[in-house]
Design a protein around this ligand. Structure first.
Ligand SMILES: *Cc1c(COP(=O)(O)O)cnc(C)c1O
Length: 433
């Protein structure tokens, strides 16, 4: 029997992402963005408390980024990036590598977070081949999200999102992510247990693993699960002892999110490969980079076609995207006082929410704060409270999009102390309602 279909209110020619078609509410039409604010077609204004899909680090429609895009579009909008180069791509590469720790000096361009991760994994894999070694798999983390392409899905947690594709995914080995929260007194024990497990794996099969891939400090889509800098330091140490490669997926944590330019800065850890995307252009254009160490690049520095990295995309290093990235990084410098202060603001606000009986596992790292809503429903992405909050938050003037029962804030760096308070007041009202 055919399912009874109700008529959808979504546009008849569009297939929306991450959307359960039959259950989806009518999408809200946005007509204008201005800093923290979004304007809807019906005239309402809402605060974008999550920087849309975590990308608009300076808020919406920033005039400096708009200007940079305009100027570059008039000059050179796009050019093939093999055998040709251009100033914007060179400038972004110089500025990012100047900011990154250690000898992360080679920038490879692609288009989004998923491709940045694909590139990182392919680089790590081929690095060993080029050195004449066979490394069979990667070590990844439970709860991880690295994107929706096949390699990125393979490295991520097996979940509802990957279930239908499971036969097509390659195997990796998973370790628990030692997530912690305010008031958790077992953080150190959890870290040590994971490190012990990792050491056992590496002892048993020292030549098996091409690399260890982690979202440093915060697992994003997996539910804003946070770990401590000390864990990354231990991980780094073990990685050095056993000579594997450490891959940081900083697609979300990069560009100020952790209160520092990068999570690797905050943790004082130097990975071998780092993937960056979301905040790179300030949320204006899709562009991403994978940065690797000199040592990795040198393993490809050869006239042998078999040692060449055969990867690229039609829009690789798009000049307009690069111009936007340069403008966004200039704004990062101006906004450093805000993104480094926001952790303290969150803590002050969370303090007042702490006693709320519906809440547990409050946590904050830099500009990102998360709380879990305790209800009858099972924890996880399908927890019914998510739909309720998504819908109701707009009536409170807020754009919020909980990950199941995990409610989080990831405001842009143009947010003022008062505006952050307004967000928390809205959340308190939502929880009462
Ligand atoms: C969003 C995200 C990705 C995927 O990026 P897309 O641009 O959506 O492809 C990968 N890793 C992390 C940590 C992310 O948050």
């Amino acid at each position: 029997m055919r399912e009874q279909k109700k008529s959808s209110t979504m546009h008849k020619n569009i297939w929306y992402p991450f959307t359960i078609i039959q259950d989806a509410p009518e999408p809200l039409k946005v007509t204008k963005g201005d800093g923290l604010w979004l304007e809807l077609e019906d005239g309402r204004r809402i605060m974008d408390c999550i920087s849309s899909w975590w990308v608009n680090i300076h808020g919406h429609a920033h005039p400096k980024i708009a200007e940079a895009i305009h100027e570059q579009a008039k000059k050179l909008e796009q050019v093939i990036f093999a055998n040709f180069t251009h100033d914007p791509a060179e400038k972004v590469a110089e500025q990012v590598t100047n900011r990154l720790p250690g000898d992360l000096n080679r920038v490879f361009y692609s288009d989004d977070g998923s491709t940045a991760v694909e590139v990182g994994m392919k680089m790590a894999w081929q690095y060993w081949k080029n050195r004449g070694e066979e490394r069979k798999t990667f070590i990844c983390f439970e709860g991880a999200y690295h994107g929706d392409t096949f390699g990125a899905m393979s490295a991520g947690a097996r979940s509802m999102f990957t279930e239908v594709f499971s036969e097509l995914l390659f195997d990796v080995e998973f370790l628990p992510y030692p997530q912690t929260w305010i008031g958790d007194d077992e953080a150190g024990d959890k870290e040590d247990a994971v490190i012990e497990q990792l050491e056992a794996m590496l002892n048993e099969n020292p030549d098996k693993y091409a690399g260890i891939m982690i979202e440093p400090l915060i697992q994003g889509a997996g539910g804003m699960r946070m770990c401590r800098t000390s864990f990354l330091q231990k991980l780094h140490w073990v990685n050095r002892q056993y000579g594997t490669l450490l891959l940081f997926d900083e697609v979300m944590t990069g560009f100020g999110r952790t209160g520092h330019w990068f999570a690797s800065d905050r943790a004082q850890v130097e990975p071998d490969i780092i993937c960056l995307a979301k905040g790179l252009t300030g949320g204006s254009l899709p562009l991403s980079i994978t940065v690797c160490s000199d040592e990795i690049y040198e393993a490809f520095n050869s006239s042998d076609p078999m040692k060449t990295f055969w990867h690229g995309h039609s829009y690789t290093a798009n000049p307009i995207g690069c111009a936007a990235a340069i403008a966004s990084m200039e704004l990062m410098e101006e906004n450093e006082p805000t993104f480094s202060a926001m952790e303290q603001w969150h803590r002050e606000e969370l303090d007042q929410l702490m006693d709320h009986s519906k809440l547990k596992k409050q946590r904050v790292t830099g500009t990102i704060a998360a709380i879990e809503i305790d209800n009858e429903d099972e924890d996880g992405y399908l927890n019914e409270v998510a739909n309720h909050i998504k819908k109701e938050s707009v009536n409170h003037g807020l754009l919020l999009r909980p990950l199941g029962n995990v409610l989080y804030l990831m405001p842009p760096y143009c947010t003022t102390r008062d505006e952050l308070s307004t967000m928390y007041k809205g959340i308190a009202e939502l929880l009462e309602g």
